[in-house]
Design a protein around this ligand. Structure first.
Ligand SMILES: [Zn+2]
Length: 369
């Protein structure tokens, strides 16, 4: 590792994170040349983001490698649990891990989407389990009880406009960039928010399905969730004025009993069966074919990087066990302890959106692969 370069990156990213100074903007990709960093550090002494942008533009540095984007939709840290600074020695270990890997299998969890404003279930103090008595819907209840489905769809309907508007954050963007550079060979996510795809990642398996798709439980009918919304609106005009700012990890929201009781749930237009989000509910299993396909991807990789996941859920933890069996080295970035800590080479106990921009890829990642 070239220490002077990393030191510059530290300075660079620390400055960028002073949100009072760069309230509305953030850096989506980091500079890879120390000369550019020095220039940026020089011009960024100004307190005005406009001046910084003007100076960078003058120096022709506002190129594809340095993009200042609107930070507004991506700056919600309300659902990120308390955490300390990123320890330098662990960061260096992680950088070495990245340097040695040529094909990284990335496993992501709710912890990476909290920085986009989506709460998770388990985070200490800020997750759903800590802040609410409510629990996610169970698969068998959804299948067996019409009232549960009515309640679920009513809340899902009201929550959809906000849930579908969440934007990828710097972790998603960095991973998409690493994929383009040939460093990441596959992403397996436990999230159903489609933020990896929104960021431009292509090789993605959504282990627990996607909230952006709806399917019939009795036939092969499928529809994009966005296309279902107008139909739900036409059936439930009394709910059109409702909107919710409070949202759960799967797009669910709080609603009054009255609003739920009046909600009309459409049946499958092909067979009259039950429509269900294409999501693996609690108490249901990930399809075996999907698990096997992910295992194949893992066998083709030479490193596993877990991001924003405590690995508590077995459906994800099984890949840690397989990687251990295969002798694939593993690392993680997660604020809290993970179920796989004993098997990891290094765990960085920090926010993914803090750590990933501090890492850099060797220029020959693609050829090495
Ligand atoms: Zn059907």
């Amino acid at each position: 590792m070239k220490m002077p370069f990393i030191n510059h990156l530290h300075c660079f990213c620390n400055i960028v994170r002073q949100e009072s100074m760069y309230k509305n903007f953030f850096i989506t990709s980091f500079l890879s040349r120390a000369t550019h960093l020095r220039t940026f550090l020089t011009v960024s002494k100004s307190n005005s983001i406009t001046q910084v942008k003007r100076s960078l533009a003058k120096k022709k540095l506002l190129n594809s490698r340095l993009q200042l984007w609107s930070h507004k939709a991506c700056s919600n840290l309300a659902f990120v649990p308390k955490h300390g600074p990123c320890p330098d020695e662990l960061l260096e270990k992680l950088q070495d891990f990245i340097n040695e890997a040529t094909r990284i299998f990335v496993l992501t969890g709710a912890g990476i989407s909290t920085e986009s404003g989506i709460p998770d279930y388990r985070s200490e103090g800020v997750g759903l389990y800590a802040t609410s008595e409510k629990r996610p819907v169970q698969f068998k209840d959804f299948v067996n009880k019409a009232a549960v489905r009515q309640s679920y769809w009513a809340r899902n309907y009201v929550g959809w406009p906000k849930f579908s508007s969440f934007k990828p954050n710097i972790t998603h963007v960095t991973l998409a960039d690493w994929e383009k550079q040939g460093k990441v060979c596959h992403i397996v996510t436990q999230n159903v928010d489609a933020l990896h795809q929104k960021a431009g990642s292509v090789k993605v398996t959504e282990l627990h399905g996607s909230a952006h798709m709806v399917h019939c439980m009795h036939c092969s009918y499928r529809i994009r969730r966005a296309e279902l919304q107008p139909l739900l609106t036409s059936l439930n005009p009394h709910l059109v004025h409702l909107s919710s700012q409070q949202i759960r990890p799967d797009g669910d929201v709080e609603l009054s009993m009255d609003a739920v009781a009046k909600f009309v749930v459409p049946p499958c237009p092909d067979c009259g069966g039950i429509l269900k989000p294409y999501v693996v509910f609690f108490g249901d299993n990930v399809p075996r074919s999907r698990v096997e396909a992910v295992k194949e991807e893992l066998r083709r990789c030479d490193a596993l990087l877990a991001l924003g996941t405590s690995l508590q859920v077995y459906s994800a933890y099984r890949f840690i066990l397989l990687a251990a069996e295969l002798g694939v080295p593993m690392a993680a970035v997660n604020i809290g302890a993970t179920r796989g800590d004993a098997l990891l080479r290094v765990r960085v106990p920090a926010r993914c959106g803090h750590v990933l921009p501090l890492l850099h890829l060797a220029r020959d990642a693609r050829t090495a692969a």
